[in-house]
Write a protein that binds this ligand. Structure first.
Ligand code: FES
Ligand code: FES
Length: 171
């Protein structure tokens, strides 16, 4: 980055359970560090202005637009990208999007899946209004919104059955 000032010390970033020490300017957008320094290309560059949601990641379980977050602001936070969701096989939200074939070009899906995961983190059984509210500012230029809503309803079902299985297996 031309004219950028390097931090006086490496920044410590914990992403998908791995900690990395990074010699990057602290004001660099988290999105660029994820993609350029950590080879995590799931989060996408859409608008670069915090408007479209394509770059979303989970920070401490909440959906955050990584194109407008300086990397120095998220040291010592727990960052999970869409790659981290699939660490032990497909996450129920990813499974729901596959089952529902909720994609055209797929460019928006990182943000959609991260937003739905964050929604389920705060409410395992969201109603229709809460689902629509969670996705209201996630843009899809292909007009796949109906399929994405269907996938989200399926994610709610899969997530509920995961909880039920976990409870059955409790000693
Ligand atoms: S690229 Fe981050 S919100 Fe659009
Ligand atoms: S599927 Fe193309 S932008 Fe959403």
């Amino acid at each position: 980055m031309a004219g950028a000032v390097k931090t006086p010390r490496p920044l410590r970033l914990t992403v998908n359970g791995h900690t990395a020490m990074l010699d990057v300017p602290g004001e660099t957008a988290l999105l660029h560090v994820l993609r350029n320094d950590l080879a995590l290309n799931g989060p996408k560059y859409g608008c670069g202005l915090g408007e479209c949601g394509a770059c979303a990641v989970l920070i401490d379980g909440r959906a955050v637009r990584s194109c407008v977050v300086p990397v120095e602001a998220v040291e010592d936070r727990t960052i999970v990208t869409i790659e981290g969701l699939a660490a032990e096989g497909l996450h129920p939200v990813q499974q729901a999007f596959v089952e529902s074939q909720a994609a055209q070009c797929g460019y928006c899906l990182n943000g959609m899946i991260v937003a739905v995961t964050a929604l389920l983190n705060r409410n395992r059984q969201p109603g229709e209004a809460e689902i629509r509210s969670a996705l209201a500012h996630q843009l899809c230029r292909c007009g796949t919104h109906m399929e994405i809503l269907a996938a989200t309803r399926r994610a709610v079902e899969l997530s509920a059955s995961d909880v039920a299985v976990a409870e059955e297996n409790c000693p």
